[in-house]
Write a protein that binds this ligand. Structure first.
Ligand code: FE2
Length: 209
């Protein structure tokens, strides 16, 4: 069974980029529902005791769509909360070096990330990942996840309408721009990058959160 992790900051900590109202609805209602439904299915299928990553991999391999959707959404949202911080700091020297190598500079990465998220059709996620030692921007549809992929996720932004509609109405692009400029958690991204290189452990869903 899995538990809904608490937000790693106060509900109002990310204002005005993400409002307290949005975080209450997004975390307490949407994320909680994915965790509840995943637990119901985990119990029905006798998968108690497995990690959420193992459950996602199992559901994907077995084509168990409903389990995959709810389990992956439980994981993606927990990773999304970590991808934001009230204490914005620019990418460190090592990340800056990889950003330069892959995109030229931070402004180009921003453009690519915002464009990818804003142009993503319907619900999904915009990611910054490291694959084969290089940074890349990707998007996944619906509950699509990098929880079980070969590439290691560094950051993710939720582009489902429920992530921004209260604060930005239909303007997903402005949400993404402000998210990237003001709350993206580059310290977390740096930890993930180090882990991808074998220094420390990559982030895992805390089943006993
Ligand atoms: Fe969401």
């Amino acid at each position: 069974m899995i538990k809904l992790p608490p937000l790693p900051y106060a509900y109002e900590a990310l204002e005005p980029v993400v409002s307290s109202e949005t975080l209450h609805v997004h975390h307490d209602k949407h994320h909680a529902k994915y965790v509840d439904v995943a637990n119901q299915l985990i119990s029905e299928k006798g998968l108690e005791g497995k990690s959420l990553e193992e459950i996602i991999a199992h559901a994907e391999a077995a084509g168990e769509r409903k389990l995959f959707n709810n389990a992956a959404q439980a994981w993606n949202h927990a990773f999304f909360w970590e991808s934001m911080t009230p204490d914005y700091r620019a990418p460190d020297a090592e990340l800056a070096r990889l950003i330069e190598e892959a995109f030229g500079d931070l402004a180009n990465l921003r453009e690519k990330f915002v464009e990818t998220g804003a142009n993503h059709f319907a619900s999904g996620w915009a990611w910054l990942v490291v694959e084969n030692g290089k940074l890349a921007v990707t998007d996944t549809h619906d509950a699509g996840t990098h929880a079980t992929s070969d590439s290691v996720p560094l950051l993710v932004c939720d582009v489902w309408e429920h992530a921004y509609y209260i604060d930005y109405r239909q303007d997903r692009k402005t949400f993404l721009e402000r998210w990237f400029d003001e709350v993206a958690n580059w310290s977390f991204a740096a930890e993930q990058l180090a882990a991808a290189r074998g220094q420390g452990a990559v982030w895992r869903f805390d089943d006993a959160a």
